[in-house]
Each structure stands twice: as C-alpha cells, then as structure tokens.
Design a protein around this ligand. Structure first.
Ligand SMILES: Nc1ncnc2c1ncn2[C@@H]1O[C@H](COP(=O)(O)OP(=O)(O)OP(=O)(O)O)[C@@H](O)[C@H]1O
Length: 744
C-alpha cells in the first residue's frame, strides 16, 4: 500500500509540474494578447490589420490552452531504453524546448494506444493516470510481458481496462465526451490512418464510430495542419440535435476550426425545414436528378418556334431562329454554367442584330455607332424579352420549384419517371424546402452558376490584392519569427484581407457554397441518399473523407444497406473499408438481444462483442396500459440513474404516434419534469423521442415502447434498443419481435 502511495505521490509531482507549466504558457499567451490589444486602434491600416492578426493568433492559443485543463495528462510510457514519456491532450515543452508532455496525436504517443504484449513496440510498461481536477486519483499499469500472456495471465484484449470500464460506467450528461485517454487499438488504427482517399468505418451500434471520427478529425488537423487549416474540415451529421450532442468533443481536443453541418443546412442562407413522405424523399434522392437538372437547365436555352420581330429606330429586325441556335451553340461551347454563359449568348445575339441593322440600312457603321447600337438593343424591352425567353437567367430555387410546381417542366426534365411518381413530387411553388431538395438545389446551383460579370471583375481585383497581402504576410512572419505552427502566411493574409471582424477559415468556408474542403467527415452516413453523396463529394475534390456509419441502422428509405451501392457511383474505387467490432456502450445482454433481433430481421449486421455486461441490464413488461406502465418504468429509471448533481439521462423511445400520450402520462408521474423536449442536450434528465431522433445518441437507461410497432422499420428498432449504457426496459402489449428475449 505504501508503495502505491509513493507512486501516486511521484506521479502527482509530475502532473503538478505539467499544470504549472500550462499555467505559465497561458499567462504568456494572455500577456501577449493584452499587449497587442493595449496598442489601441492607431497606426496605419497595415499596422492595424497586423495587430488584429496577432490578436487572433494569441487568443486562439489562449483558448486552446484553456480547453485542455480537464485530464491534461493521462498516460505514461516506460520504454525499454529506460526513458519515460508522458502522454496528454497537448504537447508541452519547457523553456529550452525539451518535451515535458507528448501530444496524444504525435507519432511518439502512438505506442500508448497500440502496444501489446505481443507487439510491445519498445514499451515495457503502459500506465494510465486517472486525475480528478489536478489531483492524481488512480494509477493503472499494464506490463507488456509476453511471458505473462503465454502463461495465460493476461487475458484481456482491452487496453487500460480499468480506466476504460470506469469511463463506460460513468453517468451520461447529454453531451458526448472525448475518449482520448482510452482509445483502443482497433480504433487508433482508424484515427491515424492516411489522409488520402475515403475511409469508410462500418461498425455496430456503440462501437465508437462517432468518437473515432471526431478523434480522427483532430488527428488529421494536427498531422496535416498546413493543408487543412487553409482548406478546412467539414463535419456532416444527421441533425442539429446530434451536432449539439457532439459539439464539445473537438474543442476538448484543442480543435475549434471544423465546420459542422447537416445536409439540410448545406446551402448557406437556405433553410430546409419542410417535411415530406419517405416515398418522396426516396424519389428525390435518386441519382437521376443529376441528368434531370441538366435537362431542366437546357430547356431554358431554347430556340423560339418562329422568328421574333423587334424594331429599333424605325428599322425592322428579327431575333431569328437560326441566329439563336448558333448563339446557343456558341455559349454552350464555353462550358460555363448557364447564368455565366448567358453573357456569351447575349453578346453573340447583339452582334448578329447589329449586323442585320447594317444590312437593312445599308450603312457603314463606325466603332462608336456599333457600341451605341449594341447598348440600345440591349436596353430594348422586346429584345430583352426575346433573349430571356431563349436563355432564361435563373436561380436554383426558381429552377427546382418549377420542377415541382409545373408538370410540363418535370415531364421534360425527368421523362423516365412514371406519371404516378411525378404526381407524388407535385407541390405548390411556395412550399417549404425539404432536406432532400437540398442536393437537387445544389446540383442546380452548380449548373447555373451566378450571373457574375461584376462579381468576376471584383474577384480579379481581390485576387491581386490578396497576392500583395500574402507577400506582406510572409514578410511579417519572417521578420517576427511568428508562426511556430500556429498560423501560416496564407491564414495571416486572409485575416489581413477582411476589414470586418477577423474571419477564420471555418467561418469563410461555412458562408460559401462552392468552398472546397481538405477533408470531409460524414457521420450516420448510411442515411445519405445517392444525391446527397453527390453534393458532399463535390465539396472535397481530393475525395479525402472519413465516412462512418452502420448499414444495419438505416432508417431512411433513401439511405443504403450496402456501402458498395452507395459509394461506387460517386467514389468509384477510391474508398477503403475498416471495421469496428467491440461495443463500448451497450451491456452484453442488451447487445446480444439486439444482434439476435437484427439477424432475424435480415439486417446486414456487423460482428459485435460487448466490452462488458451489467447486472439486470434488460427487462420486458407486457401490459394493456402502455402509457401508464411506460411512465412508471421511466420514473423508476430516473430515480435510479439520475444523480443529485443532474448527471444521468433516461430516454423513452416510442413510435411517433405514441409520443404525445407517453409525454402526458410521464408528466403526471414525474410532476412536469418532461417539458416535451426531444433533445437531451437541453439539460433535461428524461426525454421522449422517436427512434430516429435517438439515432447516434445514448442514455443511461431507455424504455422502448411497443417494439413490434417500431420494428416496421427494423433498423429503427435496432437503433432504439442499442441506446442504453446501463439498462433497457421493453414495454409492450403486442408480442415482442423474434430475438428480443422476454425476461419478465
Ligand atoms: N475507447 C473508448 N473509450 C471510452 N469510451 C468509448 C471508447 N470507444 C467508445 N466509447 C464510448 O462508447 C459510446 C458509443 O460511442 P459512439 O457514440 O461513438 O458509437 P457509435 O458507433 O457512433 O454508435 P451508434 O452507431 O449507435 O451511433 C460513447 O459513449 C463513447 O464515448
């Protein structure tokens, strides 16, 4: 015992020293920030923007150092050569740049996650340090000794088992936390995999796909900071509620520059809040819309049925069919988007009308005459109308809403759809946009482009200015010796370039539909339709992606049951598959029942082994009073799992048409505790949700109401029963679906 106390004291001394150094570094960053700000708003514009850039750099650094307070150091490696290495959230060095703490993402930390007795990787002993605040409260050692394995002494395949199991047993708070101290070997291999190409991570519920995807984003930002800081990383999740559930993970890993969005929010400034039937979403998700939108755009580049007479200065002219045909062909040859190619079409037509005028009046026209005539023609109402009809300037919204509201437009664009399918898509022009409209709108935006004659001139001027700023920023970095991996010349230049508040890469990217990212992370990727894949892939020309999901949990009819079917059309052979097989969330009893159900229902399940079991993890109650029994059971779970400090979360997962009655019953039993929120992030201890709202989330305990009804979409029931970390209660009046054991 004394030995252990001594060890704790020794580790405490190291940990205290690391926190003291962290405090020093924070103070330095704050002092520099204060100094920069003290200089006030004087000096030349160049001085001011330089100061702004440094202020942003120091405040970024201060924010990063603040974010790593909790469990700053969590590991220690004792190496064969006698050296010792501490592993933590960030790298810390002393005044002389000697390493005190190794960033978990550095190559030197990899052995902390990967070394095993069979492959010790130069490690003699791995130590997990458990800290509470700044106090070391526990130590767990693993001696990587092959003899022990051969003697059958070391049987666990989990690394840092004690620390891992303790973290799995913790009460949930409604927010996801990082797993940096206990990442397992199979997860670490995914986290540190190469940046290039698309990596698909398939795994059953609770195998850590979301956690791994987020840690991988943090790892890539560390290992490829120069590339990714400039181009940015995009994270796509299934809903706003889900993004809020995970939004503290990356900051706790010291990374704040990731753009998080949903498919519904992919287009800046457009809100897609409408809802629609699954059958409509499925239709809109089909790949056919790529070609259909192209046809719809082409239909707005049209030769009139007859020549259109126009009159200028008493001279009769005509917008002739042949001229329109040739001008259209010429404009198309530019291969520019519709609205941009329109300038070529209009110029060509005006030239031909001037030629007609010259022939009709049999006159010599000076350069000046031609310029005046061209402008008069351009301003003439009849000419404008005739040219618009031939080449209509369009917004994506107008193009797509015409498809849904005007049957002839849809028939012309998507002739392969049946009459019944077209009828299904029909809706009025003022209907709200839905999530499945977004990829179609994106396709339209891509093909239409912008009418940007002015914008292009501005862009050229801005580009010249930016080149000058870049040169200046380089000079600043050289002369001050700043940089140090925190900011590069381009980032600095882009900060100089903004006259308003300094914008980060993430802010600029989020506001720009055509921004292309350096890496895209997609979670719950099985739900995406083929059209949504097209829209995402467009945003990452390098195809560098992390795609995580579970094809057995698919609930959207537009989603996928096979990665090959979903990805081959958009990524061809540019993707590779990795699998996660250990469930960290769900107790073994529950995981096994879920697997039996899924197999019986024919879902494409992945192999799954639970990391642990929990006593009395599962129960089923048959009743004629579903709402009442549900409420009583939920109240029991709240009493058991929600602590006085507010930690602990309980969910009731019910079919959509039962939510209201369940909420009412619960409100009676729990005295108004349930506010009707559908998100655990809002601090409520108990929430009532549909399986789809619960997707990706987790709770200490879950009541699933009438599983047989939820099983109408088997993936939904699979999701519902795999949400608890401790306890699952099935409340039912109908027979349970096959595989879910009744335990009374
Ligand atoms: N190595 C680990 N150490 C500690 N906790 C872990 C580890 N791996 C996963 N977990 C925990 O297991 C739970 C499930 O993880 P996560 O939500 O990432 O799984 P998932 O595969 O995305 O699940 P689903 O398919 O249901 O969305 C989380 O609480 C996560 O923190």
């Amino acid at each position: 015992m004394a030995g252990r106390q001594d060890e704790l004291a020794r580790e405490q001394a190291v940990v205290s020293r690391l926190y003291a150094r962290l405090d020093e570094l924070r103070a330095v960053a704050r002092d520099r920030l204060a100094e920069t700000r003290r200089e006030g708003p004087s000096g030349s514009p160049q001085n001011r923007s330089e100061r702004d850039a440094f202020a942003t750099m120091y405040s970024d650094r201060a924010a990063r150092l603040d974010a790593v307070e909790d469990r700053l150091v969590f590991g220690r490696l004792d190496l064969d050569d006698g050296a010792t290495r501490y592993v933590g959230r960030v790298g810390i060095t002393d005044d002389e740049h000697r390493s005190l703490l190794t960033d978990w993402r550095a190559p030197a930390a990899q052995a902390f996650y990967r070394a095993t007795a069979v492959h010790p990787d130069g490690v003699r002993r791995r130590r997990h340090l458990v800290t509470t605040g700044r106090t070391v409260s526990g130590i767990e050692d693993e001696v990587l000794d092959l003899d022990a394995v051969q003697d059958g002494l070391e049987v666990s395949t989990l690394s840092g088992e004690g620390a891992l199991l303790a973290s799995l047993a913790e009460r949930r708070t409604g927010r996801m936390s990082d797993i940096v101290a206990t990442i397992q070997g199979e997860q670490d291999r995914i986290v540190r995999d190469d940046l290039g190409g698309a990596l698909v991570v398939q795994g059953g519920p609770g195998t850590g796909k979301t956690a791994v995807a987020l840690h991988r984003a943090a790892y890539l930002l560390y290992a490829h900071r120069r590339v990714l800081e400039r181009s940015g990383v995009l994270l796509v999740g299934p809903s706003r509620a889900f993004l809020r559930y995970i939004d503290q993970v990356l900051p706790s890993l010291g990374e704040t520059g990731v753009v998080a969005t949903t498919v519904a929010e992919l287009l800046p400034g457009l809100r897609a809040e409408g809802v629609e039937e699954p059958a409509v979403a499925e239709l809109k998700g089909r790949l056919l819309w790529g070609a259909a939108v192209r046809r719809a755009v082409r239909a707005r580049e049209r030769v009139p049925a007859a020549d259109v007479p126009v009159r200028l200065d008493g001279v009769d002219l005509a917008v002739r069919r042949r001229d329109v045909r040739e001008a259209i062909a010429r404009a198309r040859r530019t291969r520019k988007p519709h609205n941009e190619a329109r300038a070529t079409f209009v110029r060509e037509m005006l030239t031909r009308l001037v030629d007609q005028y010259r022939t009709r009046t049999d006159s010599e026209l000076s350069e000046h005459d031609v310029a005046v005539l061209t402008e008069d023609l351009r301003a003439d109402r009849d000419v404008r109308v005739a040219l618009n009809i031939a080449w209509f300037p369009l917004t994506p919204e107008k193009l797509v809403s015409d498809l849904w509201a005007k049957p002839h437009r849809l028939a012309e664009a998507a002739p392969q759809l049946t009459g019944a399918e077209r009828e299904l898509l029909r809706r009025s022009a003022d209907s709200a946009w839905t999530e499945s409209d977004v990829p179609i709108l994106d396709e339209a935006a891509e093909l239409l482009g912008e009418d940007d004659t002015v914008a292009r001139a501005e862009a050229r001027a801005a580009e010249a200015e930016r080149a000058a700023e870049l040169a200046y920023a380089k000079q600043v970095l050289d002369s001050t010796g700043a940089g140090g991996g925190l900011v590069d010349a381009e980032t600095l230049a882009s900060r100089f370039a903004d006259s308003g508040p300094v914008l980060t890469t993430a802010e600029r990217a989020a506001a720009d539909r055509s921004w292309t990212y350096g890496h895209v992370v997609v979670d719950e990727a099985q739900e995406l339709s083929p059209m949504a894949w097209r829209a995402l892939v467009r945003r990452v020309p390098t195809r560098s992606m992390t795609i995580v999901g579970d094809v057995a949990q698919t609930s959207s009819v537009a989603g996928t049951r096979s990665w090959r079917d979903a990805l081959d059309p958009v990524l061809r052979d540019g993707w590779r598959l990795a699998e996660l097989t250990v469930s960290y969330r769900t107790p073994a009893t529950v995981a096994d029942a879920a697997q039996r159900f899924a197999a019986a229902a024919g879902l494409p399940v992945s192999p799954l082994t639970a990391a642990r079991d929990v006593p009395a993890a599962m129960a089923a109650v048959r009743t004629d009073d579903l709402p009442g029994e549900t409420a009583r059971r939920a109240a029991g779970l709240v009493a058991r799992h929600v602590a006085a400090d507010g930690s602990g979360r309980v969910a009731v997962v019910a079919p959509a048409d039962r939510l209201a009655q369940v909420r009412r019953a619960l409100a009676e039993v729990l005295d108004g505790v349930v506010q009707g929120s559908s998100s655990p992030v809002d601090g409520e201890s108990v929430v009532v949700q549909t399986p789809r709202q619960a997707k990706g989330l987790e709770f200490d305990a879950v009541v699933v109401v009438e599983p047989a009804e939820i099983a109408a979409v088997p993936g939904d029931l699979y999701v519902a029963v795999t949400r608890p970390t401790q306890q699952l209660v099935l409340v039912h009046s109908l027979d349970l679906p096959p595989g879910l054991v009744h335990e009374g």
